[in-house]
Write a protein that binds this ligand. Structure first.
Ligand SMILES: Cc1cc2nc3c(=O)[nH]c(=O)nc-3n(C[C@H](O)[C@H](O)[C@H](O)COP(=O)(O)OP(=O)(O)OC[C@H]3O[C@@H](n4cnc5c(N)ncnc54)[C@H](O)[C@@H]3O)c2cc1C
Ligand code: SF4
Length: 329
Protein backbone atom coordinates (compact mmCIF):
# COMPACT_ATOMS: atom_id res chain seq x y z
CA UNK A 1 0.00 0.00 0.00
CA UNK A 2 1.27 3.50 -0.83
CA UNK A 3 1.66 6.19 1.85
CA UNK A 4 -1.17 8.68 2.30
CA UNK A 5 -2.26 11.46 4.64
CA UNK A 6 -5.15 10.90 7.02
CA UNK A 7 -7.28 13.77 8.34
CA UNK A 8 -10.41 13.92 10.47
CA UNK A 9 -13.23 16.21 9.37
CA UNK A 10 -15.06 17.86 12.28
CA UNK A 11 -17.96 19.39 10.38
CA UNK A 12 -19.67 18.81 7.04
CA UNK A 13 -18.25 22.09 5.71
CA UNK A 14 -14.78 21.03 6.82
CA UNK A 15 -15.21 17.67 5.06
CA UNK A 16 -16.40 19.29 1.82
CA UNK A 17 -13.50 21.75 1.90
CA UNK A 18 -11.03 18.90 2.29
CA UNK A 19 -12.87 16.80 -0.31
CA UNK A 20 -12.81 19.68 -2.81
CA UNK A 21 -9.08 19.95 -2.17
CA UNK A 22 -8.56 16.39 -3.42
CA UNK A 23 -9.19 14.41 -0.19
CA UNK A 24 -11.01 11.12 -0.45
CA UNK A 25 -13.84 10.44 2.01
CA UNK A 26 -13.26 7.55 4.37
CA UNK A 27 -16.40 6.20 6.06
CA UNK A 28 -16.43 2.57 7.24
CA UNK A 29 -13.42 1.80 5.04
CA UNK A 30 -14.76 -1.67 4.18
CA UNK A 31 -14.45 -1.10 0.43
CA UNK A 32 -11.96 1.74 0.11
CA UNK A 33 -9.31 0.19 2.34
CA UNK A 34 -9.57 -3.16 0.53
CA UNK A 35 -9.09 -1.41 -2.82
CA UNK A 36 -6.12 0.55 -1.45
CA UNK A 37 -4.49 -2.67 -0.25
CA UNK A 38 -5.02 -4.14 -3.72
CA UNK A 39 -3.51 -1.05 -5.35
CA UNK A 40 -6.73 -0.32 -7.25
CA UNK A 41 -7.31 2.96 -5.39
CA UNK A 42 -4.36 5.20 -4.55
CA UNK A 43 -5.67 8.34 -2.79
CA UNK A 44 -3.08 10.74 -1.43
CA UNK A 45 -5.32 12.04 1.34
CA UNK A 46 -8.10 10.31 3.25
CA UNK A 47 -10.71 12.45 4.99
CA UNK A 48 -12.29 10.53 7.84
CA UNK A 49 -15.99 11.46 7.97
CA UNK A 50 -16.82 9.14 10.87
CA UNK A 51 -17.11 12.00 13.38
CA UNK A 52 -19.70 13.95 11.39
CA UNK A 53 -23.23 14.29 12.66
CA UNK A 54 -24.65 12.13 9.85
CA UNK A 55 -25.78 9.01 11.67
CA UNK A 56 -29.38 9.78 12.53
CA UNK A 57 -32.44 8.04 11.08
CA UNK A 58 -35.50 10.28 11.29
CA UNK A 59 -39.13 9.77 10.36
CA UNK A 60 -40.10 12.91 8.42
CA UNK A 61 -43.29 14.92 8.85
CA UNK A 62 -44.19 13.90 5.28
CA UNK A 63 -44.25 10.28 6.44
CA UNK A 64 -40.96 9.24 4.87
CA UNK A 65 -37.56 8.63 6.44
CA UNK A 66 -34.31 10.61 6.27
CA UNK A 67 -31.28 8.38 6.76
CA UNK A 68 -27.93 10.00 7.50
CA UNK A 69 -25.15 8.96 5.13
CA UNK A 70 -23.03 7.95 8.12
CA UNK A 71 -25.64 5.57 9.58
CA UNK A 72 -24.26 2.06 9.57
CA UNK A 73 -25.84 -0.58 7.36
CA UNK A 74 -26.76 -2.47 10.57
CA UNK A 75 -28.45 0.56 12.12
CA UNK A 76 -30.62 1.03 9.03
CA UNK A 77 -31.50 -2.64 8.63
CA UNK A 78 -32.40 -3.02 12.32
CA UNK A 79 -34.31 0.25 12.64
CA UNK A 80 -37.81 -0.51 13.88
CA UNK A 81 -39.64 1.81 11.50
CA UNK A 82 -37.64 0.66 8.48
CA UNK A 83 -38.17 -3.00 9.29
CA UNK A 84 -41.91 -2.45 9.58
CA UNK A 85 -42.57 0.13 6.84
CA UNK A 86 -39.78 -0.61 4.32
CA UNK A 87 -39.04 -4.33 4.76
CA UNK A 88 -37.42 -4.71 1.34
CA UNK A 89 -34.73 -2.24 2.42
CA UNK A 90 -33.97 -4.06 5.67
CA UNK A 91 -33.91 -7.41 3.83
CA UNK A 92 -31.64 -6.06 1.08
CA UNK A 93 -29.08 -4.75 3.55
CA UNK A 94 -29.17 -7.91 5.68
CA UNK A 95 -28.56 -10.02 2.57
CA UNK A 96 -25.17 -8.36 2.08
CA UNK A 97 -21.75 -8.99 3.58
CA UNK A 98 -21.55 -10.05 7.24
CA UNK A 99 -22.71 -8.63 10.55
CA UNK A 100 -19.21 -7.30 11.28
CA UNK A 101 -18.95 -5.57 7.89
CA UNK A 102 -22.49 -4.17 8.11
CA UNK A 103 -21.61 -2.71 11.52
CA UNK A 104 -18.76 -0.74 9.90
CA UNK A 105 -20.26 -0.03 6.47
CA UNK A 106 -22.23 3.18 6.00
CA UNK A 107 -25.09 4.22 3.73
CA UNK A 108 -22.92 6.69 1.77
CA UNK A 109 -20.12 4.16 1.35
CA UNK A 110 -22.53 1.45 0.26
CA UNK A 111 -23.78 3.61 -2.63
CA UNK A 112 -20.23 4.58 -3.61
CA UNK A 113 -18.72 1.07 -3.45
CA UNK A 114 -17.01 -0.07 -6.65
CA UNK A 115 -17.77 -3.02 -8.90
CA UNK A 116 -16.60 -6.52 -7.96
CA UNK A 117 -15.53 -7.34 -11.54
CA UNK A 118 -12.44 -9.51 -10.96
CA UNK A 119 -10.48 -7.70 -13.69
CA UNK A 120 -11.12 -4.41 -11.92
CA UNK A 121 -10.13 -5.76 -8.50
CA UNK A 122 -6.87 -7.35 -9.68
CA UNK A 123 -4.21 -4.98 -10.98
CA UNK A 124 -2.28 -7.83 -12.59
CA UNK A 125 -4.87 -7.66 -15.39
CA UNK A 126 -3.87 -4.89 -17.74
CA UNK A 127 -7.21 -4.59 -19.58
CA UNK A 128 -9.86 -2.76 -17.60
CA UNK A 129 -11.31 0.49 -18.91
CA UNK A 130 -12.83 1.29 -15.53
CA UNK A 131 -9.39 1.18 -13.89
CA UNK A 132 -7.19 2.32 -16.79
CA UNK A 133 -8.98 4.41 -19.42
CA UNK A 134 -8.56 3.02 -22.92
CA UNK A 135 -6.97 -0.27 -21.85
CA UNK A 136 -9.83 -2.50 -23.01
CA UNK A 137 -12.28 -4.77 -21.23
CA UNK A 138 -10.98 -8.22 -20.31
CA UNK A 139 -14.44 -9.35 -19.16
CA UNK A 140 -16.01 -8.97 -22.62
CA UNK A 141 -14.20 -12.05 -23.88
CA UNK A 142 -13.21 -13.48 -20.51
CA UNK A 143 -14.97 -14.44 -17.29
CA UNK A 144 -18.37 -12.76 -17.47
CA UNK A 145 -20.96 -15.03 -15.84
CA UNK A 146 -21.58 -12.38 -13.15
CA UNK A 147 -21.70 -9.44 -15.52
CA UNK A 148 -24.39 -7.23 -17.05
CA UNK A 149 -27.48 -8.20 -19.02
CA UNK A 150 -28.65 -4.62 -19.51
CA UNK A 151 -27.15 -1.22 -20.34
CA UNK A 152 -23.58 -2.43 -20.91
CA UNK A 153 -21.25 -0.97 -23.53
CA UNK A 154 -18.30 -2.14 -25.59
CA UNK A 155 -16.13 -0.42 -23.00
CA UNK A 156 -17.51 -2.12 -19.86
CA UNK A 157 -19.96 -4.85 -18.85
CA UNK A 158 -19.61 -4.56 -15.07
CA UNK A 159 -22.54 -4.54 -12.62
CA UNK A 160 -23.00 -2.44 -9.51
CA UNK A 161 -22.73 -4.65 -6.41
CA UNK A 162 -24.94 -2.82 -3.89
CA UNK A 163 -28.01 -4.66 -2.60
CA UNK A 164 -29.19 -1.61 -0.69
CA UNK A 165 -29.26 0.48 -3.88
CA UNK A 166 -31.69 -1.97 -5.52
CA UNK A 167 -34.24 -1.53 -2.74
CA UNK A 168 -33.65 2.24 -2.72
CA UNK A 169 -34.36 2.30 -6.48
CA UNK A 170 -37.67 0.47 -6.03
CA UNK A 171 -38.52 2.91 -3.23
CA UNK A 172 -37.78 6.04 -5.34
CA UNK A 173 -35.26 7.28 -2.79
CA UNK A 174 -33.41 10.58 -3.17
CA UNK A 175 -29.73 11.01 -2.39
CA UNK A 176 -28.76 14.30 -0.69
CA UNK A 177 -25.28 15.64 -1.39
CA UNK A 178 -23.35 18.72 -0.38
CA UNK A 179 -20.38 19.98 -2.36
CA UNK A 180 -18.33 23.08 -3.15
CA UNK A 181 -21.30 24.41 -5.20
CA UNK A 182 -23.91 23.81 -2.50
CA UNK A 183 -26.52 21.15 -1.86
CA UNK A 184 -28.62 19.10 -4.26
CA UNK A 185 -30.84 16.03 -4.19
CA UNK A 186 -30.52 13.32 -6.82
CA UNK A 187 -33.20 10.75 -7.62
CA UNK A 188 -31.63 7.35 -7.00
CA UNK A 189 -32.70 6.30 -10.50
CA UNK A 190 -30.45 9.09 -11.86
CA UNK A 191 -27.62 8.49 -9.38
CA UNK A 192 -25.77 5.64 -11.12
CA UNK A 193 -24.59 5.99 -14.70
CA UNK A 194 -24.34 3.37 -17.43
CA UNK A 195 -20.78 2.85 -18.66
CA UNK A 196 -21.05 4.19 -22.22
CA UNK A 197 -17.60 5.38 -23.28
CA UNK A 198 -16.65 6.44 -19.74
CA UNK A 199 -16.80 3.42 -17.44
CA UNK A 200 -14.42 5.16 -15.03
CA UNK A 201 -17.53 6.99 -13.75
CA UNK A 202 -19.98 4.99 -11.63
CA UNK A 203 -22.34 7.78 -10.64
CA UNK A 204 -23.13 11.49 -10.95
CA UNK A 205 -21.44 12.56 -7.71
CA UNK A 206 -19.06 15.43 -8.52
CA UNK A 207 -15.53 15.92 -7.21
CA UNK A 208 -15.65 16.98 -3.56
CA UNK A 209 -19.36 16.23 -3.12
CA UNK A 210 -20.25 14.48 0.12
CA UNK A 211 -23.35 12.33 0.40
CA UNK A 212 -25.15 13.61 3.48
CA UNK A 213 -28.24 11.40 3.48
CA UNK A 214 -30.82 9.32 1.70
CA UNK A 215 -34.49 10.19 1.81
CA UNK A 216 -37.21 7.57 1.52
CA UNK A 217 -40.54 9.06 0.44
CA UNK A 218 -43.77 7.68 1.86
CA UNK A 219 -44.79 4.86 -0.46
CA UNK A 220 -48.00 2.90 -0.94
CA UNK A 221 -46.17 -0.34 -1.70
CA UNK A 222 -43.20 -0.15 0.70
CA UNK A 223 -44.91 -1.99 3.56
CA UNK A 224 -45.74 -5.02 1.44
CA UNK A 225 -42.41 -5.59 -0.16
CA UNK A 226 -39.73 -8.23 -0.55
CA UNK A 227 -36.06 -8.51 -1.46
CA UNK A 228 -34.94 -11.70 -3.14
CA UNK A 229 -31.24 -12.34 -3.69
CA UNK A 230 -29.96 -15.22 -5.82
CA UNK A 231 -26.28 -16.00 -5.39
CA UNK A 232 -23.72 -18.78 -5.56
CA UNK A 233 -23.61 -19.21 -1.76
CA UNK A 234 -26.32 -18.42 0.73
CA UNK A 235 -24.11 -16.00 2.62
CA UNK A 236 -21.12 -13.79 2.00
CA UNK A 237 -21.72 -13.54 -1.75
CA UNK A 238 -22.79 -10.82 -4.13
CA UNK A 239 -25.99 -11.16 -6.15
CA UNK A 240 -26.08 -12.98 -9.46
CA UNK A 241 -29.56 -11.52 -9.67
CA UNK A 242 -31.64 -9.76 -7.07
CA UNK A 243 -35.17 -8.37 -7.07
CA UNK A 244 -36.75 -5.67 -4.92
CA UNK A 245 -40.52 -5.76 -5.27
CA UNK A 246 -43.37 -3.89 -3.61
CA UNK A 247 -47.09 -4.16 -4.16
CA UNK A 248 -50.24 -2.34 -3.02
CA UNK A 249 -53.71 -3.76 -3.55
CA UNK A 250 -57.04 -1.98 -3.47
CA UNK A 251 -60.15 -4.17 -3.64
CA UNK A 252 -58.01 -7.11 -4.77
CA UNK A 253 -56.43 -5.27 -7.70
CA UNK A 254 -52.88 -3.91 -7.93
CA UNK A 255 -53.05 -0.16 -7.36
CA UNK A 256 -49.30 0.51 -7.13
CA UNK A 257 -46.18 -1.60 -7.60
CA UNK A 258 -42.45 -1.34 -8.21
CA UNK A 259 -39.84 -3.90 -9.25
CA UNK A 260 -36.09 -3.32 -9.47
CA UNK A 261 -33.46 -5.83 -10.58
CA UNK A 262 -29.95 -5.94 -9.13
CA UNK A 263 -26.80 -7.73 -10.28
CA UNK A 264 -27.70 -7.19 -13.93
CA UNK A 265 -26.49 -3.69 -14.81
CA UNK A 266 -24.29 -0.83 -13.70
CA UNK A 267 -27.36 0.52 -11.93
CA UNK A 268 -30.51 -0.99 -10.40
CA UNK A 269 -32.76 -1.86 -13.33
CA UNK A 270 -36.36 -0.69 -13.48
CA UNK A 271 -38.62 -0.76 -16.53
CA UNK A 272 -41.67 1.51 -16.35
CA UNK A 273 -43.69 -0.46 -18.91
CA UNK A 274 -43.32 -3.64 -16.85
CA UNK A 275 -44.60 -1.91 -13.72
CA UNK A 276 -47.49 -0.25 -15.59
CA UNK A 277 -48.56 -3.67 -16.81
CA UNK A 278 -49.28 -4.66 -13.21
CA UNK A 279 -51.58 -1.74 -12.43
CA UNK A 280 -55.27 -2.63 -12.32
CA UNK A 281 -54.58 -6.36 -12.64
CA UNK A 282 -55.16 -9.14 -10.12
CA UNK A 283 -52.01 -10.42 -8.36
CA UNK A 284 -51.74 -13.75 -10.19
CA UNK A 285 -48.74 -15.76 -11.38
CA UNK A 286 -49.76 -15.02 -14.97
CA UNK A 287 -49.80 -11.26 -14.40
CA UNK A 288 -46.46 -11.37 -12.55
CA UNK A 289 -44.98 -13.51 -15.34
CA UNK A 290 -46.09 -11.06 -18.03
CA UNK A 291 -44.52 -8.17 -16.12
CA UNK A 292 -41.33 -10.20 -15.66
CA UNK A 293 -41.21 -10.94 -19.41
CA UNK A 294 -41.49 -7.22 -20.14
CA UNK A 295 -38.77 -6.44 -17.60
CA UNK A 296 -36.24 -8.81 -19.12
CA UNK A 297 -37.20 -8.19 -22.75
CA UNK A 298 -34.17 -6.00 -23.46
CA UNK A 299 -31.58 -8.41 -22.01
CA UNK A 300 -28.34 -8.73 -24.00
CA UNK A 301 -26.48 -11.73 -22.56
CA UNK A 302 -22.73 -12.21 -22.80
CA UNK A 303 -21.07 -15.57 -23.51
CA UNK A 304 -21.42 -16.91 -19.95
CA UNK A 305 -24.31 -15.10 -18.28
CA UNK A 306 -27.38 -16.10 -20.33
CA UNK A 307 -28.56 -18.21 -17.37
CA UNK A 308 -29.22 -14.99 -15.46
CA UNK A 309 -32.14 -14.10 -17.75
CA UNK A 310 -34.20 -17.03 -16.46
CA UNK A 311 -33.07 -16.34 -12.89
CA UNK A 312 -34.25 -12.76 -13.26
CA UNK A 313 -37.60 -13.74 -14.76
CA UNK A 314 -38.34 -16.32 -12.09
CA UNK A 315 -36.98 -14.03 -9.39
CA UNK A 316 -39.39 -11.25 -10.34
CA UNK A 317 -42.38 -13.60 -10.19
CA UNK A 318 -41.28 -15.00 -6.84
CA UNK A 319 -40.50 -11.63 -5.26
CA UNK A 320 -43.87 -10.23 -6.34
CA UNK A 321 -45.59 -13.31 -4.92
CA UNK A 322 -43.69 -13.01 -1.62
CA UNK A 323 -44.55 -9.31 -1.42
CA UNK A 324 -48.22 -10.15 -2.05
CA UNK A 325 -48.15 -12.88 0.60
CA UNK A 326 -47.14 -10.32 3.22
CA UNK A 327 -50.62 -8.81 2.78
CA UNK A 328 -52.01 -11.79 4.69
CA UNK A 329 -49.80 -11.14 7.72
C1 LIG B 1 -16.42 -9.36 2.25
C2 LIG B 1 -17.43 -8.34 1.80
C3 LIG B 1 -18.66 -8.75 1.36
C4 LIG B 1 -19.60 -7.80 0.93
N1 LIG B 1 -20.83 -8.23 0.49
C5 LIG B 1 -21.72 -7.32 0.06
C6 LIG B 1 -22.98 -7.71 -0.45
O1 LIG B 1 -23.30 -8.89 -0.51
N2 LIG B 1 -23.84 -6.74 -0.85
C7 LIG B 1 -23.52 -5.41 -0.80
O2 LIG B 1 -24.33 -4.57 -1.18
N3 LIG B 1 -22.33 -5.00 -0.35
C8 LIG B 1 -21.43 -5.92 0.08
N4 LIG B 1 -20.21 -5.52 0.52
C9 LIG B 1 -19.82 -4.14 0.34
C10 LIG B 1 -20.13 -3.28 1.52
O3 LIG B 1 -21.52 -3.09 1.59
C11 LIG B 1 -19.39 -1.98 1.29
O4 LIG B 1 -18.01 -2.25 1.42
C12 LIG B 1 -19.80 -0.91 2.24
O5 LIG B 1 -21.17 -0.64 2.16
C13 LIG B 1 -19.02 0.37 1.98
O6 LIG B 1 -19.32 1.30 3.01
P1 LIG B 1 -18.15 1.99 3.82
O7 LIG B 1 -18.78 2.97 4.72
O8 LIG B 1 -17.26 0.99 4.45
O9 LIG B 1 -17.40 2.74 2.62
P2 LIG B 1 -15.87 3.09 2.45
O10 LIG B 1 -15.11 1.88 2.15
O11 LIG B 1 -15.40 3.98 3.55
O12 LIG B 1 -15.97 4.00 1.14
C14 LIG B 1 -16.36 3.46 -0.10
C15 LIG B 1 -16.38 4.59 -1.12
O13 LIG B 1 -17.42 5.51 -0.80
C16 LIG B 1 -16.90 6.83 -0.66
N5 LIG B 1 -17.72 7.45 0.37
C17 LIG B 1 -17.99 6.92 1.60
N6 LIG B 1 -18.89 7.69 2.25
C18 LIG B 1 -19.16 8.73 1.41
C19 LIG B 1 -20.02 9.86 1.51
N7 LIG B 1 -20.77 10.10 2.59
N8 LIG B 1 -20.08 10.72 0.45
C20 LIG B 1 -19.32 10.49 -0.66
N9 LIG B 1 -18.50 9.43 -0.80
C21 LIG B 1 -18.42 8.57 0.22
C22 LIG B 1 -15.44 6.64 -0.30
O14 LIG B 1 -14.65 7.75 -0.65
C23 LIG B 1 -15.09 5.41 -1.13
O15 LIG B 1 -14.83 5.80 -2.45
C24 LIG B 1 -19.27 -6.44 0.97
C25 LIG B 1 -18.01 -6.02 1.45
C26 LIG B 1 -17.09 -6.95 1.85
C27 LIG B 1 -15.75 -6.48 2.34
S1 SF4 C 1 -16.34 -5.12 -17.20
FE1 SF4 C 1 -15.70 -3.03 -16.68
S2 SF4 C 1 -14.69 -3.32 -14.72
FE2 SF4 C 1 -14.73 -5.34 -15.70
S3 SF4 C 1 -12.87 -5.53 -16.98
FE3 SF4 C 1 -14.42 -4.67 -18.28
S4 SF4 C 1 -14.03 -2.47 -18.07
FE4 SF4 C 1 -13.07 -3.40 -16.31
Amino acid sequence: MKTFDFAHADTIDDAVRRGAGGGRYYAGGTNLLDLMKLGVETPLTLVDIGRLDLKSITVTTAGGVLIGAGASNSAVANHRHIRREYPMLAQAILSGATTQIRNMATVGGNLMQRTRCPYFMDTSFTQCNKRIAGSGCAARSGFNREHALFGASTACVAVHPSDMAVALAALDARVHVQGPDGRRAIAITDFFVLPGDHPDRDNVVRAGELITGVELPPSPYATHSWYLKVRDRHSYAFALVSVAAGIHLVDGKIAAAAVALGGVAARPWRVATAERQLIGASPTEGVFGAAADELIAGAEPLAQNGFKIRLARNGVVRALRQATDTLDR
